[in-house]
Write a protein that binds this ligand. Sequence first.
Ligand code: PLP
Length: 372
Amino acid sequence: MEHYLDNSATTRTCPEAAEAAVRVMSDIYGNPSSTYTKGREAAGLLRECREAVSAALGAKSEEVVFTSCGTESDNWAIIRGAESLSRSGRHVISSLTEHDAVRESLNFLEKNGFEITRLRPDSTGRIMPEQVLDALRPDTVLVTLMMVNNETGAVTDIADICSRLRGTGYRGLIHTDAVQGFMKVPFRAKDLGADLISVSGHKIHAVKGIGALYIRKGIRLLPYIMGGHQEDGRRAGTEAMPAIAAFAEACRQDPRIGYIRALKDDLAARIAAKVPEALILETEAPHILSISMPGWRSEVLMNHLETAGVYVSKSSACRQGKRSHVLEAIGMPADVIDGALRIGLCRYNTQEDLDALIDGLVSARALAHGRR
Ligand code: PLP
């Protein structure tokens, strides 16, 4: 029996999204740029898909550009965003706990003459508006902060940060990496106040290899991928129609956030009761629970859990082999970081999955006590 509890690394494609992708591959397979009927049919579907994704984002459909993944959206927003305003200044504000897609974009900017202020979050991973305002300078051209931390589930109040920034008269760009927030922490792009928002399909039961960048109306962002005139000249390359159709279908589904949150609360309470030595990080995102068994190694726990078909991850799936920069930045001691596990919940998880995880943690502990 499989108990997949690593839904922040990726999710199972939902049946509706899989069917939509197959329909495009076998039936509506024309190139949306072709002018004959088969192409126009695909172009019509592309329009409908963009409407579905923009509705889920709370944006206008012309504000949504399809990309290949969240990483591309982050690279594009941050690098081209900062470059587009470099005549006004070369200072960027971000945090120490961003995903590598953002961190590497910032490193690139730094090598190219930008100065980056990386804010230290609180003990769960949140950045407070006051910190952003304190770091603001006349030459700040971009603020980029993640909405939900992918390792801890900490939620940064992007709407508040945007409104306070604008209240100072700040005229630079605001980007948020909402890859872990989209369809989990409700927001409407038009109310959020960010100029650029990155999202990804495979975290919401679409398929891998599809993302989107929200570009607020009026923002001019030079392309990052160059070539043809797809996506209104903003992002070249024949549109990945099967993945786009899957993404749109995933956006049309009920995300069942309340159900996921109830699972998380229940899981946290049961871990506290059954595995009292486990440390539980309290965060607001409904789907991410970060725990640690100090004195253990995450890999050992993961391997033990896997024997019972339970899949969780160390901290982030992208950082295999390295100590988590996120947990370090929030000030966790080394033994807590080394015993950390991230549990990522989704609407397909059940009580049986939670039972299997708890049984696995309890039996790991019993084995360890037996060896002493
Ligand atoms: N940003 C965050 C917060 C993520 O969790 C991830 C993926 O784990 C990404 C960006 C990258 O998204 P993708 O895997 O679609 O490139």
